[in-house]
Design a binder for this molecule. Structure first.
Ligand SMILES: C=CC1=C(C)c2cc3[nH]c(cc4nc(cc5[nH]c(cc1n2)c(C)c5CCC(=O)O)C(CCC(=O)O)=C4C)c(C)c3C=C
Ligand SMILES: [Fe+2]
Ligand SMILES: [Fe+2]
Length: 339
C-alpha cells in the first residue's frame, strides 16, 4: 500500500499549571469519574509544575523515528496529533491536508487494545475527518504491537536491567510486578486488553527467565461503586511485604513512556507504599526511545508499505489485525441509575 505520511496519535498532556484543569476536563468528558478524583489527579500534575512529560516524550520519539526512517530509506514525513491537548488531532489533519497528504499510516501510543487505547483513537480520527470534510487525509492505524518481538525485547531489556540491581543471592526471590492502567470491567469485557497484557507479561517473564511475576493495575479513576480491573499495585505491595518479600520490581508494561501515571502513581505513590512496608522498590523502565522499540515502529511501517515484509509476532496469539473489525473494542458506558 502507498502512504504519504506517518501520524503519531497520542493522549496529550498539559504544558503548564493553567492547562491542567481544562486538560482533565477534556480527558473526563462523558466519563463517570467523580470530580474529587479529577482534583486529586490535578494535584499530581501540579506537583510537577503542571507539565506532563508525555508531550516531550512524543517529540523525542518522533525525532528518533525520523532518524530511523531516514537511515532505512523510508521516506515519510511524521506528524503528531493528540486527543486531549495541543497539538489537537483536527489541527494536525488540517495541516496534513494543506501539505498534500492523502493517506497516512497511524502509530497510536497505546499498546493494548481497549476502547480508550484503540476504538476511541479511531473515533477521534473519524470526527476530525468529518470536521475537515471530503478532502481530509485517510488514516490507517498500525496494528497493535503487544506481541511484536521489538516490544517484548525492549521490555525484557528493561526488566533485566532491574533484576541486575538486586543482589544475586536475593534475585530469584524478587517479585516482578507488571502494571497497566486499570479500566472499568464493562470496558475490559469487550476487548482483548487483559488477554494481550497477560501474553506480553508471560513473554517478557520467559525471556528474562524470571518466573515469579504477576499482572496488577494502577491509576483507577472510577467511583467506588463501579468495578474496575484489580488488584491495585499499592495493595499488592502491602500484601507482598506481609508475605515476607524483600524486593519488588515494578514494570509499567501497559505504558510506553514515563508519563504522569508512571511518575506519580508508581514513582511517588507505589514507591512510598513500598518504603512504608519495608520493601526494596525498583521501578523498571518503559520503552521510550530505546533503539529496539524505535526499530519496531519502523518494521511495523515497512510491513504495511511492502506486502513481502514478514509480520513479526512472538508467542501464541499471532500478529493482530491490520484493520479493526466493526465491533473492535466497543464500549457503551453504563450511567449510574438515579437514586
Ligand atoms: C474509563 C477509562 C479511563 C479513565 C476514566 C481514565 C482517566 C484518566 N487517564 C489519564 C491519563 C492517561 N490515560 C492513558 C491511557 C489510557 N487511559 C485509559 C482509560 C481511562 N483513563 C486507557 C484504557 C488507556 C490506554 C492504555 C494506555 O495507553 O496505557 C494515558 C497514556 C497515554 C499514552 O501513553 O499514550 C495517560 C497519560 C488521566 C489523567 C485520567 C483522569 C483522571
Ligand atoms: Fe487513562
Ligand atoms: Fe480494537
Amino acid at each position: 500500500m502507498k502512504y504519504d505520511a506517518l501520524l503519531v496519535q497520542s493522549f496529550g498532556g498539559p504544558e503548564g499549571p493553567d492547562d491542567v484543569i481544562p486538560f482533565l476536563e477534556n480527558v473526563l468528558r462523558g466519563r463517570n469519574v467523580p470530580r474529587e478524583r479529577m482534583l486529586e489527579v490535578a494535584e499530581h500534575y501540579q506537583h510537577f509544575g503542571g507539565v506532563s512529560p508525555i508531550n516531550q516524550q512524543n517529540r523525542d520519539l518522533i525525532a528518533a523515528l525520523e532518524v530511523e526512517l531516514k537511515e532505512h530509506g523510508v521516506d515519510l514525513p511524521i506528524y503528531w496529533g493528540n486527543r486531549n491537548w495541543t497539538p489537537y488531532l483536527v489541527d494536525t489533519l488540517q495541516q496534513m491536508k494543506a501539505d498534500g497528504v492523502g493517506h497516512a499510516l497511524v502509530f497510536v501510543t497505546s499498546v493494548f487494545s481497549s476502547y480508550s487505547g484503540c476504538r476511541q483513537y479511531r473515533e477521534d480520527t473519524a470526527k476530525a475527518q468529518a470536521e475537515i470534510g471530503e478532502d481530509a487525509p485517510r488514516c490507517d492505524k498500525i496494528r497493535t504491537y503487544f506481541n511484536h518481538p521489538g516490544f517484548i525485547e525492549t521490555m525484557t531489556e528493561c526488566v533485566n536491567e532491574s533484576l541486575a540491581q538486586i543482589p544475586a543471592e536475593r534475585r530469584d526471590a524478587a517479585e516482578l510486578v507488571f502494571t497497566a492502567h486499570s479500566i472499568p470491567l464493562g470496558m475490559s469485557e469487550n476487548c482483548n486488553y487483559v488477554k494481550q497484557l497477560e501474553e506480553s507479561c508471560r513473554l517478557v517473564s520467559e525471556a528474562t527467565g524470571h518466573a515469579k511475576w504477576r499482572l496488577v493495575y494502577q491509576s483507577r479513576s472510577g467511583p467506588p461503586t463501579q468495578p474496575w480491573l484489580e488488584p491495585d499495585v499499592c495493595d499488592v505491595i502491602r500484601d507482598l511485604a506481609k508475605a515476607g518479600a524483600s524486593d519488588v520490581i515494578v514494570s509499567p508494561i501497559g505504558f510506553i513512556s514515563d508519563h504522569m501515571e508512571v511518575l506519580f502513581d508508581l514513582d511517588t505513590e507505589a514507591k512510598d507504599t513500598a518504603a512504608e512496608v519495608g520493601l526494596n522498590f525498583i521501578r523498571s523502565g518503559t520503552a521510550g526511545v530505546r533503539p529496539r522499540f524505535v526499530q519496531m515502529i519502523r518494521e511495523l511501517i515497512e510491513e504495511r508499505l511492502n506486502a513481502d515484509q514478514p509480520k513479526l509476532a512472538v508467542g501464541t496469539m499471532g500478529p493482530s489485525h491490520d484493520f479493526c473489525p466493526a465491533d473492535c473494542c466497543l464500549y457503551t458506558p453504563q450511567r449510574p441509575r438515579p437514586a
